[in-house]
Design a protein around this ligand. Structure first.
Ligand code: ADP
Ligand code: MG
Length: 251
């Protein structure tokens, strides 16, 4: 049985994909077979792992019922890390899925067939609370919410937590919040330190000890089709993601 994590936040650009790619690469390096499923039509996780955004079959073909999850899985340059690419038609799934009865469970049902093959399955969500994200939150048992360390950090978090509560009550009682993760943090500035203490004050139990620093190596790694933990394993961003992955596997 795998543990399924969804990485979600309806805001774009907060570090969801970066977190998904690097947490997956780290836990795979620790020796746990891991599957990253790219649930975002923008396919940034797919490209960040060196696979073409036009690669098919991908998640779109799985959700359409054309292929199984295993048939859409590709290996990556990281030993132990497999990927289900987004698939060229995934944007259309947001329109097609809701027309189907029980559409919220399509991803969960498709993942059941590979659950015994991986210790961890990680779902990289799109920046919206649409049908694809709902599918991810129904399939997951734990949620990681990346929060960009900036002035408006808290904005939108209350409504996100309400949505997670609604999904928990109506669709997935086993859903829990693994934690909020401060990303792109600059601890040298007053603003950075203020944002961190503000977020920790509002959500005392929920924020991961590990904070991800803003780091140029993290930003440039996707252009090489590599997780930063492969691109430059010694940089501050890679070390932080490795610490986070350790927090997750030790729980
Ligand atoms: P999301 O998936 O939430 O839209 P991304 O993970 O794609 O966010 O990150 C948005 C942008 O910020 C990307 O260009 C990414 O490379 C960059 N980025 C993410 N985390 C960091 C970091 N710790 N340091 C520097 N740049 C980062
Ligand atoms: Mg993304």
């Amino acid at each position: 049985m795998s543990t399924v994590y969804a990485i979600t936040n309806q805001k774009g650009g907060v570090g969801k994909t970066t977190t998904a790619v690097n947490v997956c690469a780290c836990v795979a390096r620790f020796g746990h077979d891991t599957l990253l499923v790219d649930v975002d039509p923008q396919a940034n996780a797919t490209v960040g792992l060196g696979v073409s955004r036009l690669h098919a079959p991908g998640l779109y073909e799985v959700l359409s019922g054309d292929v199984s999850m295993a048939q859409a899985t590709v290996s990556t340059s990281v030993p132990g890390l497999s990927l289900v690419p987004s698939g060229a038609g995934l944007a259309g799934a947001s329109i097609e899925l809701p027309r189907r009865f029980g559409f919220e469970r399509v991803l969960k049902d498709a993942l059941a067939s590979v659950s015994d093959d991986y210790r961890y399955i990680v779902l990289d969500c799109p920046p919206s609370l649409g049908p694809l994200t709902v599918n991810a939150l129904v399939a997951a048992s734990r949620v990681i919410v990346p929060v960009q360390s900036e002035y408006f950090a808290l904005e939108g978090l209350a409504s996100l937590l309400e949505t997670l509560g609604l999904i928990q009550r109506e669709l997935n009682p086993s859903l829990t919040i693994a934690g909020m993760l401060l990303t792109m943090h600059d601890g040298r500035t007053h603003l950075g330190r203020d944002v961190e203490s503000e977020v920790r004050k509002h959500f005392p139990e929920l924020v991961f000890d590990t904070v991800i620093p803003r780091n140029v190596r993290v930003g440039e790694a996707p252009s090489h089709g590599l997780p930063v933990v492969e691109h430059d394993p010694a940089c501050a961003g890679a070390t932080a993601y490795s610490d986070l992955a350790r927090e997750l596997v030790e729980r």
